[in-house]
Design a protein around this ligand. Structure first.
Ligand code: SAM
Length: 194
């Protein structure tokens, strides 16, 4: 499964499949994003320029912007970006698959947040996307990644599957990119770029 096929599948599926809470209610969906934004705000510094990569329709980006961060939404899917603009017309957005994120932004971000995106890609695609995200973050900035590890790693076969990583492989790939794990009780992997 290549990155193009995963992106196409998300574009066709649209925002209704973004998070399981949407199956409960719209209220539950937006409340889940609000909760995640507050958790992120414990890690991010006030006023930071933050990219939500794989922003979807803004479940997390919109409440994060309301908390005072300078948020840009990035996504490869035109369907998602149209939905994002409908939900928050003032939220800056860029269309990218990650490879040209830095060029699209025109600046280095203080942090890139990437939730429920890498999990759906095969390992080779994840590493390519990571290279793009690393380029877009300033030295000393953070990458906050949904990048799950497992004692029994599996690789996604279809767009909605989840890829898990051997912890040692993950650490080695992070180190190659100058990413150092920030210890703490976070729901995601937090790395500082050196
Ligand atoms: C499960 S949704 C998650 C949305 C959002 N991060 C959230 O947690 O609400 C996955 C999103 O990632 C986007 N996406 C997947 N692969 C991507 C890639 N390589 N580059 C940019 N966007 C991608 C999809 O279009 C979709 O909007």
């Amino acid at each position: 499964m290549n990155a193009h096929d995963v992106i196409k599948a998300w574009d066709e599926a649209g925002p209704k499949h973004i998070h399981p809470s949407r199956g409960v209610s719209e209220e539950a969906y937006w409340a889940s994003g609000e909760q995640t934004a507050h958790q992120l705000a414990e890690v991010l510094k006030p006023g930071w320029r933050v990219v939500d990569f794989g922003v979807g329709d803004g479940r997390v980006a919109i409440p994060l912007r309301r908390l005072g961060f300078e948020v840009t939404g990035a996504d490869a899917s035109p369907t998602m970006l149209t939905a994002l603009a409908g939900n928050d017309p003032g939220l800056p957005q860029v269309q990218t698959d990650g490879s040209d994120l830095y060029a699209q932004l025109g600046h280095k971000a203080d942090a890139v947040v990437c939730l429920a995106v890498l999990i759906h890609h095969g390992r080779a695609s994840v590493l390519t996307i990571l290279d793009g995200l690393c380029k877009a973050v300033r030295k000393g900035g953070l990458l906050i990644l949904d990048w799950p590890t497992s004692a029994h790693p599996e690789e996604a076969q279809i767009w909605i599957d989840v890829t898990t990583w051997d912890p040692d492989v993950q650490q080695a790939e992070a180190a190659k990119r100058g990413l150092k794990r920030v210890e703490g009780d976070h729901p995601w992997a937090v790395f500082r770029k050196s």
